[in-house]
Design a protein around this ligand. Sequence first.
Ligand code: OOG
Ligand code: NI
Length: 455
Amino acid sequence: MTHRFTHPDAIRTRFSEAMSAMYRAEVPLYGDLLSIVAEVNAEILATRPDLAAEMAGELDRLDVERHGAIRLGTAAELHMMRRAFAVMGMYPVGYYDLSVAGVPVHSTAFRPVDDDALNANPFRVFTSLLRLDLIEDEGLRAEAEAILSTRRIFTDEAIRLIEKDAAEGGLDDADADRFVAELLETFRWHGDARVDATTYHRLHDAHRLIADVVSFRGPHINHLTPRTLDIDAAQRAMQARGIDAKAVIEGPPPRAVPILLRQTSFKAIEEDVTFPGDQPGQHTARFGEIEQRGAALTPKGRALYDRLLATARGEQGSQGASYAERLATAFTAFPDTIEELREQGLAWFRYDLTDAGQRLVGSGVRPAGDIDAWVAAGHVRAVPIVYEDFLPVSAAGIFQSNLGGTEQRSYAASAARAAFEDAMGDAVQDELALYADMEARSIMTVREALRGVAA
Ligand code: OOG
Ligand code: NI
């Protein structure tokens, strides 16, 4: 039986394209980042045929790949946002407590979760919820709450289509187009503030981020990030074009085998806004970012990453003059070949048959041993699974740099995952379980192919 529903992957692609076009019009520098990344990626693929071959299955998604970020104000907004993302096959993965880094939000990433959906389009949105409970001034907290309680960030038509999708199990093509256009309105920039200048400044004094979330009509998309294959080259290209790039690339140092996520951004731009009564003002929130993704790490690998990063950041005594040097020195302790990462159980892998493995299947010989033996014999290939998520320390660095950089606050660290999930109306998925599952399924497929020979 065929049905008339448009696939969620297709809706997600339409939405991420619409978002990219909108943001390029709103923040022209983002268009520059897209062209830098396109140039760098083309150059790398032309000069590194090994990489091009290794990435074969992933190349299709590279040009469309990007992530964005929004900051929400209320539980109800997060709840409806979760339902809106579900229409596009995006689900909450991971819980990030940014309060430890002095940013009064907690967050999740809405993203596709299974192999096919990720390959079709891995569009992700880092979604934060403001934590009013961390505002000390009770009067200001109540005021912020009252202001937020009267705004409506979704159009009536968007809500109608979200409900229709949930009730009927999908949207047809015309409804899908309408949904994309209506939901886009939620992410649009509105320069006309909902609060007067005095209130804006009071909120701003409590924390820049509070002003950004509370003062406006909606959760404007604050950056969109294309994925590069060489972030050092992209960083140099940004500087060569005179773009005011962040000084330090967040995440691990340059490596032969990239791990996790490296990110750089240009500083947030100062934009004209108007307060009620046509009073002019200025607001700084929106920026651009470039990312490079590498291997997803196992809990053991992640623990090593966290420890070495802490060392480089001087939290446990560090060596080297610049941060880049300290980082490079600390990470000499992180194995940098595919074989070591695999043998030491530091990264997750996807396994598939090599040409030799295919021939073996065809010849009817059943190979002895297990996955390790088949890899050693050259019948099976291990390719690192791409990290699809975010890093809390890096995210905090990104927040800090685009909030003006100088601000240092501290909050009594307190994760509030249960409250976040309660507000959202669903639990966040465990990213480690998702990677473990991908690896296990690929081993099963390979084993079936090779064992089928003997059957
Ligand atoms: C989100 C910052 C986090 C990333 O790539 O780590 C982020 C924000 O500024 O709202 O996007
Ligand atoms: Ni980002």
